[in-house]
Design a protein around this ligand. Structure first.
Ligand SMILES: Nc1ncnc2c1ncn2[C@@H]1O[C@H](COP(=O)(O)OP(=O)(O)OP(=O)(O)O)[C@@H](O)[C@H]1O
Length: 237
């Protein structure tokens, strides 16, 4: 029986793709992952190991082929598309390496758009968006468009957009991948603190050991499965 605060539970999950050659690529093969409220989990692994694919499955964009997948008590593999879309819109926030802000909208409007997707009304959405921008320290840039903001500021807007609906799960794919080291530090601290304030769970993919080291747990995807990351031995060897 899972504990009440389990957000995601994946057991023995697999995912294959058919390549243009007709061959099957079994990318995920027996993935086990339990994430509870308040967890922050960094997923690392070689390029092509399937990290983004795993994140897309956790984000309910693609289904696992086999195994158990529950989110907030919902059996995802048995749930229909509508239920999954609703769960995604209400309960999952996304942060991407390339920010994915709408270029013609201001920072405030981009965050309001996050509210609209989650089903908040316009007034409630506008208020929630103002508060979310304040939490990421961008009240004074609310009327700026993405092109008028630095990379770090754009990522802070995208964090506000992801968190404005108070999701249970935040998924971040290389959230600092487009930022310089100092900006990356500020952004990852903000992301971790914002998710912790909400009591949500964070799963992030990163190539950056420093970013992974700030998360509560590090796992490595290799050979289709997740392994707990071994801390590097002092002095090497
Ligand atoms: N829909 C698809 N059809 C066929 N192959 C796919 C599909 N989606 C992903 N793949 C393949 O799966 C492999 C893993 O991709 P994925 O993006 O998950 O890896 P990754 O670990 O996130 O890599 P990186 O660190 O380079 O971003 C790649 O070889 C990719 O081409």
């Amino acid at each position: 029986m899972p504990a009440d605060d389990v957000v995601v539970e994946v057991e023995g999950a697999s995912k294959s793709f058919r390549l243009p050659s007709g061959e099957h690529l079994r990318l995920l093969n027996g993935v086990d992952l339990t994430v509870t409220a308040g967890d922050s989990v960094a997923i690392q692994g070689r390029s092509g190991s399937g990290k983004s694919t795993l994140l897309r499955a956790l984000g309910l964009f693609i289904p696992f082929d086999e195994g158990r997948h529950h989110m907030l008590g919902v059996d995802i593999r048995a749930a229909g598309d509508r239920r999954c879309s609703k769960l995604r819109a209400r309960s999952i926030g996304f942060v991407f390496q390339d920010f994915r802000l709408l270029p013609n909208l201001t920072a405030q409007q981009n965050v309001e758009y996050g509210c609209l997707l989650a089903g908040l009304g316009p007034r409630e959405g506008a208020r929630a968006a103002r508060e979310a921008l304040e939490r990421v320290g961008l009240t004074d840039r609310a009327r700026s468009r993405p092109a008028q903001l630095s990379g770090g500021e754009q990522q802070r807007v995208s964090i506000a957009r992801a968190l404005v609906k108070r999701p249970d799960l935040v998924l971040a794919d290389e959230p600092t991948g487009s930022l310089d080291g100092e900006t990356a530090d500020v952004v990852i601290e903000l992301l971790l603190a914002s998710v912790a304030d909400l009591g949500a769970a964070l799963v992030l993919v990163t190539h950056d050991d420093a970013v992974a080291g700030r998360c509560g747990r590090r796992v490595r995807l290799g050979g289709g499965t997740l392994h707990d990351d071994e801390p590097a031995a002092a002095g090497g060897g």
